[in-house]
Design a protein around this ligand. Sequence first.
Ligand SMILES: Cc1cc2nc3c(=O)[nH]c(=O)nc-3n(C[C@H](O)[C@H](O)[C@H](O)COP(=O)(O)OP(=O)(O)OC[C@H]3O[C@@H](n4cnc5c(N)ncnc54)[C@H](O)[C@@H]3O)c2cc1C
Ligand code: SF4
Length: 520
Amino acid sequence: MSDAVRLVLGDQLSRNLASLRGLDKDQDVVLLAEVMAEATYVPHHPQKIAFLFSAMRHFAEELRADGILVDYIRLDDPDNTGTLGGELSRAIARHGACRAIVTFPGEWRVWKQMRQWQQDFAVPVEVKDDDRFFCPIARFRAWADGRKQLRMEFFYREMRRDHQILLTPDGQPEGGQWNFDAENRKALPKGLNIPAPYREEPDAITAEVLALVASRFAGHFGKLDGFFYAATAAGAARALDHFIHHGLPLFGDYQDAMAMGQETLFHSILSPYINAGLLDPRTVVAAAEEAWRQGHAPLNAVEGFIRQILGWREYVRGIYWLKMPGYADTNALNAHRPLPDFYWTGRTEMNCLAQVIGQTERLAYAHHIQRLMVTGNFALLLGVEPAQIEEWYLAVYADAYEWVELPNVHGMVMHADGGYLGSKPYAASGKYIQRMSDYCTKCRYDVKETTGPTACPFNALYWNFLMENEGRLRSNPRMGLVYKGLDGMDPAKRDAIRAQAGRFIAGLVPAYPATGTEPT
Ligand SMILES: Cc1cc2nc3c(=O)[nH]c(=O)nc-3n(C[C@H](O)[C@H](O)[C@H](O)COP(=O)(O)OP(=O)(O)OC[C@H]3O[C@@H](n4cnc5c(N)ncnc54)[C@H](O)[C@@H]3O)c2cc1C
Ligand code: SF4
């Protein structure tokens, strides 16, 4: 008989988790379960599944080493029901528990399940707030209440004040301004020394998980070879340290740059650890601020990095819980084209897309500008059905969970929320990719051409997007300049662009729905 079964989800691997507080080692049991439903609700990248299963197994070992009773259900345990609810219900019965304790989940999908458990189970299911964020959901709601526009920049300033981050003693922003983004858009110079990303060799637990994932999820998009993620809080702390020393000083300058063969540049690759609970965002922000105070990194880099975590990360979570469940259903640009099959194969002659999708397949990682301005921009310009591209992003990245993926894709990339998150779509022609990367130098298409057999497809798609969405976007004051450009265009050129885009779109092969792979 035990008092409570305390369920810990795969993205809740934090020792200070709310549902682990007050744990009685003599009375309580902690439940972790590898279940098929979670591994397959979208076809997750095998490295993402391996990272999470390995991190869960390591976390269970750490709890056991502290004398905590852990009930760990492996994916291939013969009685595994395959669902979180099934495993929690079995554990309650097995341990004769009087209650279950869970922490508020990251996804609406799981929240719905938890509310169902509260109705169905014979014992109470207590849900604790997830307080591993800077901004509680209620605090975000209070901030959003009555505002016409929810600008990230204003929210971020409040977070800086609330948490006393990068402030002078009299409460002003360090360096005299809140945001140094204007200094953070440099193209990468030749010959710059770029740090290798932090990597850990798989230990015995990870090696066993890699074998399991290879045998059970071979059909999912993504390679397992070269798996480099750490699987413990200690490993995540080493990754943070590596970034602070090697990446942070130039993070700001080259934040938006992209380069062939340099997939990670000066980015931190910390999101999988932060999102799974192995690294506390407060620790990350404090380490970055300290690096600046000690003179190890410049303010534009440190402010830019902190803004991503204290600003964007908290803001998108706030938007998600404010607007769900209806948020996912909007389609403001009425986009209905299917996702092209090359998103799941990487086989395309457009070098920028082949590069980003190829590295995604190898690493389960792409940095922000690659996600926003290459795979995202293309889906926006093409007019892909939001749900199809959302499924892709949720599946292919090691850091993907709906609370963070959905606002980024639905709002920031696809403008499907009508401008709630971003005041204008991030639509760009090939020129942007040419400016910020070297992809165009090795492409079969010519980025300077808009029509003709070798023209860069982004160019015709860009103008076509503006024409297709003229009724919806022309009145947007931030789109005035680009529509002026369209107005100045000769009608014959417009027709030629429309025809070019039409031919290109007609030549695309749609992906199989839902998994992107041919059903077996
Ligand atoms: C289309 C699209 C989809 C995305 N999907 C996800 C996702 O599923 N999961 C995810 O964690 N991030 C997502 N992001 C945000 C961002 O791209 C990743 O957090 C970042 O690329 C992770 O790499 P990094 O750790 O090297 O980040 P860095 O560039 O080093 O940034 C530092 C940290 O800031 C946070 N961050 C940065 N930008 C954002 C943002 N826009 N929203 C939330 N957090 C941010 C992350 O925690 C990241 O680790 C998405 C962005 C876009 C444009
Ligand atoms: S030419 Fe166009 S398709 Fe090719 S890499 Fe450049 S932007 Fe991408």
